[in-house]
Write a protein that binds this ligand. Structure first.
Ligand SMILES: Nc1ncnc2c1ncn2[C@@H]1O[C@H](COP(=O)(O)OP(=O)(O)O)[C@@H](O)[C@H]1O
Ligand SMILES: [Mg+2]
Length: 281
């Protein structure tokens, strides 16, 4: 579990995080959503120690990252897996070298041991035998999977993923989402995903934090997110007509207007009658 308490971060006079509070649960997909520029990436960078917060606390299973000794920080860093936007692979290195990199950095294992682990995680992300390929030979989805393999090679307790679906087609996006979900469950990882993709939120999101211009806008489960009364959150979600429709269907279902044998005409007629212009009223 990771707890964020009143975290603030400015760049010069620009306040980006204005006192964020959050709890990210173990073994779950915790998703941070919010408009572009709302502070998602900055918050993740603060959590992994790439940026220094101005004030507040970041607790990893009760351990305060900010105040711990540099020795403890080094140990904690090894428990953090990160998948950056764009996968951020080293172009001059092979897939195998990219995935082995954290093992080279943080372990004194024998080469054979490292290679076994690399092959294990490559197989897990369905890239068995791609060891000698270079990043520019890989598709966007494959690059992400190499990035995931590298992020989990040290068996992290905490996994941070920034915009896993950026630049991917919808089908590949769902495959990556499913992979992140399954790895989280298999290893009981505390996973924090930044996303502006509502499909991911509904597909794999368990705990949702909506960042509203550097503040907590709303938090809850993916079951509740479609029904929130938070205006900015609604504007964010229902920018997509599909999600408006999904919500309306769900409301009709809750009201008992949709039965197993669905009569679409009746549903639409009664739905419109009972809900007026605001279906949530
Ligand atoms: N290193 C930096 N220096 C100055 N401003 C920054 C820096 N990093 C991010 N910002 C600003 O912080 C705000 C939040 O950015 P970011 O966390 O990347 O948003 P998001 O990931 O939600 O799209 C933006 O206005 C961005 O310009
Ligand atoms: Mg971002």
């Amino acid at each position: 579990m990771i707890e964020i308490k009143n975290v603030k971060k400015s760049f010069g006079t620009k306040e980006v995080l204005k006192g964020v509070n959050a709890v990210f649960e173990k073994g779950k997909i915790n998703i941070i959503i919010g408009a572009s520029g709302s502070g998602k990436t900055v918050l993740q960078k603060c959590m992994v120690g790439l940026l220094k917060i101005d004030s507040g606390e970041i607790l990893f299973d009760g351990r305060d990252f900010v105040t711990m000794s540099s020795e403890d920080k080094k140990l904690l860093r090894q428990q953090l897996g990160m998948l950056f936007q764009g996968a951020a692979l080293f172009d001059s290195m092979t897939v195998e070298q990219n995935v082995m990199f954290p093992l080279d950095m943080f372990t004194d294992w024998e080469r054979k041991e490292k290679l076994d682990r690399v092959n294990f995680v490559l197989e897990r992300v369905d890239l068995k035998g791609s060891n000698s390929k270079r990043p520019d030979e890989l598709s966007g989805g494959m690059k992400k999977r190499v990035g995931i393999a590298r992020a989990i090679v040290l068996k992290p307790k905490y996994l941070f993923v920034d915009e896993p679906n950026s630049g991917l087609d919808p089908r590949t996006s769902r495959l990556i989402d499913t992979l992140i979900h399954d790895i989280t469950k298999e290893n009981n990882i505390t996973t924090v995903v930044n996303s502006h993709d509502m499909n991911s939120v509904m597909e794999i999101g368990e705990n949702i934090l909506y960042l509203d211009q550097g503040r907590n806008g709303w938090s809850g489960t993916s079951k509740d997110v479609l029904f929130s009364k938070h205006e900015n959150l609604n504007n964010f979600i229902f920018a997509s007509e599909f999600f408006r429709d999904a919500r309306d269907m769900r409301i009709l279902e809750v009201k008992g207007l949709i039965e197993d044998e669905r009569d679409m005409e009746k549903i639409l007629r009664e739905g419109l009658k009972s809900s007026g212009s605001d279906p949530s009223s």
